[in-house]
Design a protein around this ligand. Structure first.
Ligand code: GLV
Ligand code: MN
Ligand code: MN
Length: 404
């Protein structure tokens, strides 16, 4: 039913925006690249017959009326990327949702429920160390304090919103109350579907990301004149913590922890690092296990700080609870996969998604196979045929949800 050539062509066109010399895509939120990308997506939404608007925080929303007075079914994903990201993470979900609605229209299929297609603002959190800004606003979980997160230049989310022409003081108006269900299609970003040789999978739940910033205050001193036993080397302390974080986490069955960024001051070859800062991303599908791992990491790190006579400060950037997907939506997805001739594989998501913000309503996700499981990387790839199969499952699932 869907037009795969149109969908594939849109994926390629969107991928031109924010393209870097290294072959990746960098579209951080509230930047020129991201706004250009949203303007292109807006045109695609209009071609699909949607009524389109930006909400006060910059979510791009396309609406289609239903034939009955019912709450809406919301579809969506994000078009912001990590630095040097690929062309499918997020974009595929937005463009597939548009394609689903456009093909329904072309086949003269009305839905009972209104449909909302959303390109959420800043899912990745790459710019401010705080993600899912748009989906939080729509879910009503964004707070004024959240808007004070800063990027590397010291610009707050609030300021960035204003600079892009949006209205941070009206963020509360972005909340949408009347939503029946949320459905998102996304690339898997792992190797499970590939290992089963299957194109499309049903997501059971999403591991929740906990993001921490470790700030280590030592003493910047002369690298030549300070004897080894008399130093307060912030980086040496950080490196002990970082290597132990990996070791501790390896003891867990499914949990993961990643130190993804490191910053040093003053950063001179002949100066002992007086200050070190690194981020830790900790995830598990079970919140109690994630809490336990967090505790272990913090206790060990505080012990290192004491032994090394440096000061450790731990800032919490975001704590998102894991999410279980709705049984009803999972059933609809599984039936749709079966009807499409696919083998049913159900799997949890290790990556975070906007879907996590919609825990108050029924939420479901469809995964499409990622080649070699690679994501957050320019090599990210999903074949045209897999995209087609995923999009067909999405349309089928949407039609089933419309009947419930
Ligand atoms: C986004 O992709 C995340 O999982 O952090
Ligand atoms: Mn994503
Ligand atoms: Mn991502």
């Amino acid at each position: 039913m869907i037009n795969i050539d149109r969908l594939w062509n849109r994926i390629e066109r969107l991928a031109q925006i924010g393209k870097t010399d290294k072959g990746g895509i960098t579209r951080l939120s509230y930047t020129r690249e991201e706004s250009e990308a949203n303007e292109l997506v807006k045109r695609f939404m209009e071609e699909a017959g949607l009524n389109v608007y930006y909400d006060p925080v910059g979510n791009l929303i396309g609406t289609r009326s239903g034939t009955e007075e019912l709450p809406a079914i919301m579809l969506g994903s994000h078009i912001d990327t990590v630095p040097e990201g690929g062309k499918f993470d997020g974009s595929l979900g937005v463009l597939t949702a548009i394609e689903a609605v456009q093909s329904l229209r072309e086949h003269n299929i009305d839905c009972r429920h209104p449909i909302l297609v959303v390109s959420f603002k800043d899912e990745e959190g790459s710019r401010f160390g705080f993600g899912m800004i748009g989906s939080r606003a729509i879910a009503g979980t964004l707070t004024p304090a959240d808007l004070e997160h800063k990027d590397k230049q010291g610009i707050t989310i609030r300021e960035a919103m204003l600079q892009s022409g949006f209205e941070p003081d009206r963020f509360g108006e972005a909340k949408i109350n009347n939503i029946k269900a949320y459905l998102e299609l996304h690339i898997e970003q792992g190797k499970v579907l590939e290992s089963y040789n299957v194109a499309v999978g049903n997501v059971t739940g999403i591991a929740g990301p906990l993001w921490l910033k470790f700030k280590i205050h030592g003493e910047a001193e002369h690298a030549g004149a300070t004897p080894m036993g008399q130093r307060k080397d912030a980086l040496a302390a950080a490196s002990l913590m970082i290597s132990k974080i990996e070791k501790i986490t390896e003891q867990y069955q499914h949990a993961v922890a990643t130190v993804g960024s490191l910053y040093l001051e003053p950063g001179g070859i002949n100066v002992i690092p007086g200050y070190a800062e690194f981020t830790v991303d900790i995830r598990d599908i079970h919140e109690n296990i994630r809490n336990q791992l967090e505790q272990e990491i913090k206790e060990y790190s505080l012990q290192v700080a004491e032994e090394r006579d440096v000061e450790l400060e731990i800032e919490e950037l975001q704590r998102v609870a894991p999410l279980s997907c709705s049984d009803v939506i999972q059933e609809a997805i599984k039936e749709s996969i079966e009807e499409s001739g696919g083998q049913i594989i159900s799997l949890p998501s290790g990556a975070g998604h906007d879907a996590m913000q919609f825990r108050q309503i029924s939420t479901g996700m469809i995964f499409v196979r990622s080649q070699d499981g690679i994501s957050h990387n320019p090599k990210e790839y999903t074949s045209k045929d897999d995209v087609k199969q995923g999009a067909e499952v999405m349309v089928k699932t949407l039609l089933k949800l419309d009947q419930t």
